[in-house]
Design a protein around this ligand. Structure first.
Ligand SMILES: NC(=O)c1ccc[n+]([C@@H]2O[C@H](COP(=O)([O-])OP(=O)(O)OC[C@H]3O[C@@H](n4cnc5c(N)ncnc54)[C@H](OP(=O)(O)O)[C@@H]3O)[C@@H](O)[C@H]2O)c1
Length: 328
C-alpha cells in the first residue's frame, strides 16, 4: 500500500509518499480503507524524531482516520464490510489502509464527510478524557482552556459548554472569534495580557476550577494563581517547555487543595481507550447528530501535500483541525 513515510527525522520536507506493508488483519480488528486522516502535533514531533510510536503500534504517522471497513478479523461482531468508521489509532493513519480494534472504531454520522469524521476522534477524545475522566468538570464550574483555537481547544470548548461549564480561553487575538462562537465566555490575548490577572478580573477575584494546559512551564505560576480552591490543573502537552524555572511555592497547593494531573492518551491501555470511546460516544452521538457538537476543520490538504500541511501546523496558524485526504 502507499503511505506517507520519512527516512530520516527532520523538517516537513522529509515526508514523501512511498510503499509500506499493508497491516495484517488481527483478531478483534477491522481493516479500513482510509479516506482521510488529520494532523496532530504529535505527528510533527514524531517526524522530528522526538516522539516515537509506542511499542506494538505502527511506526507510520497518523493518530486517527476515517474510511470504509474492507475486512474483518476473527471475532469481530460490531462491524461489517462497507461500514463507514472513524477512530483513534496508536499510529498508521497516514496510509491507504489502517487496522483498528473494533472497540475503538466509531460509526460516522450519516451526513458527515470522511474529512469531518477524520477531524473528530483525537481532539474530542482527548478533551473528553481531560474534562470528564480527569478533571471531573461539573456544571456551573469555570474552566480555562489554553490554546483555545487549537484542535483540542475547539473540541474542549464545545464539550465544556454542553456540560454547562463557563469557559474562558487564551489564544492569539486573531483566533478569539472562533472560540467565542463555539461558546467561550471570554478570550484572553495571552501575548498582550497577563492571563492570570485577566482571569481574576473576569471572575471577581475567585479564579477557575479547572485549567486545560498545553503550554506547561512558562504558564505554571500563572496557572496556580488562576485556580481557586479545589482547582484541577490538567497538563496535556509541553509546547512552551517542561522545566519550571522560577521556584515553586507548594503552599499554594496545600492551601488551595490543588491537583496537578498529567496525561498522554496515546500510551493508555486498550481497555482504557475502549471505555473512553464508549463513554464519549454515549455523551456525544446525539449531540453530533443534532449539530450541537461539530468537528472544526481549518483546512484540507491532499496527502501529496503533507509537507505543506505539517509546515502550516508548525506556523501556528490553524484554527481547528488540518485534514489530509488519502487518495489511491
Ligand atoms: N496528552 C494528550 O493525550 C494529547 C492528545 C492530543 C493532543 N495533545 C497535545 O495538545 C496540544 C494541542 O494539540 P492540537 O493538535 O490541538 O494543536 P494545534 O491545533 O496545532 O494548536 C496549537 C496552538 O497552540 C498555540 N501554541 C503553540 N505553541 C505555543 C506556545 N509555545 N505558547 C503558547 N501557545 C502556543 C498556538 O495557538 P495561538 O496562536 O492561539 O497561540 C497553536 O496554533 C499539542 O501539544 C498536542 O501534542 C496531547
Amino acid at each position: 500500500m502507499k503511505a506517507i513515510l520519512f527516512d530520516q527525522p527532520g523538517g516537513p520536507e522529509v515526508l514523501y509518499i512511498g510503499e509500506a506493508t499493508r497491516p495484517e488483519l488481527q483478531a478483534q480488528h477491522v481493516l479500513v480503507k482510509v479516506a482521510a486522516t488529520a494532523l496532530n502535533r504529535a505527528d510533527t514531533l514524531q517526524r522530528q524524531g522526538k516522539y516515537p510510536a509506542p511499542p506494538g503500534e505502527s511506526p507510520i504517522l497518523g493518530l486517527e482516520m476515517a474510511g470504509t471497513v474492507v475486512a474483518l478479523g476473527e471475532g469481530v461482531s460490531r462491524w461489517k464490510a462497507g461500514d463507514r468508521v472513524c477512530g483513534l489509532l496508536g499510529g498508521g493513519g497516514y496510509a491507504e489502509y489502517a487496522l483498528i480494534h473494533e472497540g475503538l472504531a466509531l460509526p460516522i454520522p450519516a451526513d458527515w464527510t470522511f474529512e469531518q469524521a477524520a477531524a473528530m476522534p483525537e481532539v474530542f477524545l482527548t478533551a473528553f478524557q481531560a474534562l470528564v475522566f480527569l478533571a471531573k468538570l461539573q456544571a456551573g464550574e469555570r474552566l480555562l482552556i489554553h490554546a483555545g483555537a487549537s484542535g483540542v481547544g475547539t473540541a474542549a470548548i464545545q464539550i465544556a459548554r454542553e456540560m454547562g461549564a463557563e469557559v474562558f480561553v487564551t489564544a492569539s487575538a486573531a483566533k478569539h472569534q472562533i472560540c467565542l462562537d463555539l461558546g467561550a465566555k471570554a478570550a484572553i490575548d495571552y501575548k498582550k495580557q497577563d492571563f492570570a490577572e485577566e482571569i481574576l478580573r473576569l471572575t471577581d477575584g475567585e479564579g477557575v476550577d479547572v485549567i486545560m494546559d498545553f503550554i506547561a512551564a512558562p504558564y505554571f505560576h500563572q496557572n496556580v494563581k488562576s485556580l481557586r480552591t479545589d482547582g484541577r490543573l490538567i497538563l496535556i502537552a509541553l509546547m512552551g517547555g517542561a522545566k519550571v524555572e522560577e521556584a515553586l511555592n507548594l503552599s499554594h497547593f496545600l492551601r488551595k487543595r490543588l491537583s496537578l494531573i498529567g496525561t498522554t492518551l496515546r500510551a493508555r491501555s486498550l481497555a482504557y481507550k475502549i471505555q473512553l470511546n464508549q463513554e464519549f460516544w454515549a455523551f456525544a452521538a446525539k449531540k453530533f447528530k443534532e449539530n450541537q457538537l461539530k468537528p472544526i476543520i481549518d483546512s484540507t490538504f491532499d496527502w501529496k501535500d503533507a509537507s505543506q500541511a505539517h509546515a502550516y501546523m508548525e506556523s501556528n496558524r490553524n484554527q481547528g483541525k488540518i485534514v489530509l485526504q488519502i487518495r489511491s
